[in-house]
Ligand binder design. Sequence first.
Ligand SMILES: [Zn+2]
Length: 128
Amino acid sequence: MGIAEDIKHALKLAKKTDNTELQQKLKYIQAEVADLLKQLKNKEKAMARLRAALSSQENFIFKDSAYYLTDEKRRIKNGPFCRQCLENEQIKSLLVQVDSPIQCRIKCPTCNLTFDSYQLWDYLNERK
Ligand SMILES: [Zn+2]
């Protein structure tokens, strides 16, 4: 039985008594525990993201305003990934070309980061 269920059970028992102070106290504890469990869950998620980032970090290179994944011989094998998404959210979001009169506009479909780069535009063109 988890702690949330234990408290629920204790609250049920307390309601059978006339001790309102005890009931209030248990309700307070119930809210506190719910909050702590939520925080713990968020921390676990953040840890998982950081671990994923760390395990692949050494294989990333930063070039022309974007990240690329490389193999052991530092050859590019995937990318370009949005720098903002990778640095802030540890998400690998592939950058795309934007149709615009300026033939160098690059955009991230995840966070909508938009910038101009001839190098990236050419790189994406070559891979088409
Ligand atoms: Zn992004």
